[in-house]
Design a protein around this ligand. Structure first.
Ligand SMILES: [Zn+2]
Length: 422
């Protein structure tokens, strides 16, 4: 047991040192940058189609309309998967290598909802139809969908119709002037999340939502008045939704001078360019913002050894975090975790010989393992009077093991830990 004591001492010294070093996590953009061989993160989106009580006034549950909606989301996904290098980096000094694929994919589920008040976006009294996180006219429907036990968590896109213009243009045929008479011209997203150490302005978990007004009405106008093919609208809306989802993944607006930037404010341009820094921001948010990461499918993993977070020095993770890769602690590394960590279903933390992992008060587990309260057998074990986790009993010779410290109520799912002898 002599070797054990020495290792423990080394760990304590390392821990005193780490307190003096600021959290390096947010300075390391490279950790969030996808490579060509990563799996895209699959993000659920609900396309909530609000109809009148008789089912009219919006998209119908038929093959043609479902095809339109599917093609529309294909355009959105195409934007993120097939970016064009426009050399328009708008963050001086951050010209990271161009990435043509942002490695994010939206998986749609279409929900038809009959709701006379909700269907008609003239009932939305928010400026520009922006669905702020409280006080929006669809709050109660949103709570139902968000709180449903049968629906996976998803970003909710609400498709509504201008009831007055519908009546005039579609029912009575007294106008064909969509452009001047429509009330909400643009799609509106409510929120640009930021990772805020130590606090969540709107609560840790809340609905992510976007108001997508008048898509069907404009499509009706294009079909029946302009006689345009559906694909023009599929592109227009697919790109708008890509822009709005960009906001919900943490991206702000870029200057309109950047003609092809997805996040420019003005319409027009090809909207087919994201900077590498923007892609890093999205992935950072998808791992760091709970309301957003809950919309990422449970099985999500980058699935590439290049995605593993390899730690060689000293780090402290204070924030809750979902990671889509493994964590590898090399010899001499020390990682202190004081937030809750979620790993992919087969993900692990590898503690190599001479490395040290501290878990204080919080829980490290996989996405598909039970909540910590269900770690019963495990809890009993870690609460033995011994300081070290029993999971490091890889043999009697501590010389060959890394070290795991559980402090206070710190817990780790047994399956997550992998100890490697060099
Ligand atoms: Zn915008």
């Amino acid at each position: 047991m002599e070797a054990f004591k020495i290792l423990r001492k080394v760990c304590i010294i390392a821990r005193i040192l780490v307190l003096l070093i600021p959290d390096p996590l947010f300075a390391q953009s490279a950790r969030y940058l996808p490579n060509a061989d990563y799996n895209p993160l699959k993000v659920n989106v609900n396309l909530v189609i609000l109809q009148r009580p008789d089912g009219s006034g919006n998209f119908q549950d038929n093959a043609a309309d479902r095809t339109f909606l599917r093609n529309m989301i294909d355009v959105t996904n195409g934007v993120y998967a097939e970016l064009t290098n426009r050399n328009e980096a708008y963050y001086p000094g951050q010209n990271l290598p161009f990435l043509s694929n942002a490695k994010v994919e939206f998986v749609p589920k279409i929900l038809f909802v009959k709701d006379e008040k909700g269907w008609n976006n003239r009932n939305d009294h928010n400026f520009a139809g922006v669905p702020y996180l409280s006080g929006w006219y669809l709050d109660s429907l949103d709570r139902q969908i968000y709180g449903s036990d049968t629906l996976p968590k998803a970003i909710n896109l609400y498709f509504t119709t201008d009831g007055q213009l519908y009546e005039e243009m579609v029912v009575k045929g007294t106008t064909t002037d969509y452009d001047h008479r429509v009330f909400f011209k643009q799609h509106a997203a409510s929120e640009i999340p930021v990772v805020q150490p130590g606090s969540y302005l709107n609560g840790k978990y809340h609905s992510m939502r976007c108001h997508v007004a008048n898509v069907w009405l404009k499509l009706w106008w294009k079909r029946n008045i302009l006689h345009e093919p559906d694909w023009t609208m599929e592109y227009e809306v697919g790109e708008s939704i890509a822009h709005e989802l960009g906001h919900l993944m943490g991206l702000g607006h870029t200057p309109d001078a950047q003609k092809h930037a997805l996040m420019r404010t003005k319409f027009g341009g090809l909207r087919d360019y994201l900077t590498t820094q923007e892609i890093a921001t999205m992935h950072q948010l998808l791992g760091g913002y709970p309301s957003l990461w809950q919309c990422v499918q449970e099985s999500a993993t980058y699935g590439s050894p290049g995605a593993d977070w390899v730690i060689t020095g000293t780090e402290i993770w204070t924030e809750d975090r979902r990671i889509y890769a493994n964590v590898i602690l090399k010899a001499g590394a020390s990682l202190t975790i004081t937030g809750n960590i979620l790993l992919p279903p087969k993900g692990f933390i590898q503690i190599e010989q001479g490395a040290c992992l501290w878990i204080e008060e919080r829980t490290v587990r996989r996405m598909n393992t039970p909540e910590p309260d269900a770690f019963e057998g495990f809890e009993k074990l870690v609460r033995k009077p011994q300081f070290l986790s029993p999971y490091l009993w890889v043999g009697d010779n501590w010389e060959y093991a890394g070290i795991l410290h559980l402090k206070g109520n710190g817990k780790i799912d047994e399956a997550v830990i992998r100890v490697v002898r060099n």
